[in-house]
Design a protein around this ligand. Structure first.
Ligand code: FES
Length: 107
């Protein structure tokens, strides 16, 4: 059984990237962005402390509820929309097959 899922990433120029993401490596979405060369800074290393990994969730996949830390960080970030999430807080799991996500503008 394949442990990879397909994720559709849209960069800040509107270009789409179809990438595979492993579900068995404890990777989060921010790391997947970085692994595919997308310009996500991830300054805090995935601690929900910088918002440089903000993205917009474009599909209606069931995602884990944001933690208080994520909510707090998003409440201070720029360009936040209804579907904003910190990509470092989204763990790659099989349920996210086909997830569509776009990068928030650089703050
Ligand atoms: Fe800093 Fe996600 S990498 S909040």
């Amino acid at each position: 059984m394949s442990a990879d899922i397909l994720v559709l990433l849209t960069d800040r120029e509107g270009n789409q990237h179809q990438v595979t993401a492993p579900t068995d490596m404890q990777m989060n979405l921010m790391e997947v962005f970085k692994a595919h060369g997308l310009p996500v800074e991830g300054t805090c290393g995935g601690m929900a402390l910088c918002a440089s990994c903000q993205c917009y969730i474009e599909s209606d996949h069931p995602l884990p509820i944001p933690s208080d830390e994520e909510e707090a960080m998003l409440s201070e970030a720029f360009y936040v929309k209804q579907n904003s999430r910190l990509s470092c807080q989204i763990l790659i799991t099989p349920e996210l097959e086909g997830l569509q996500v776009s990068l928030a503008p650089e703050a």
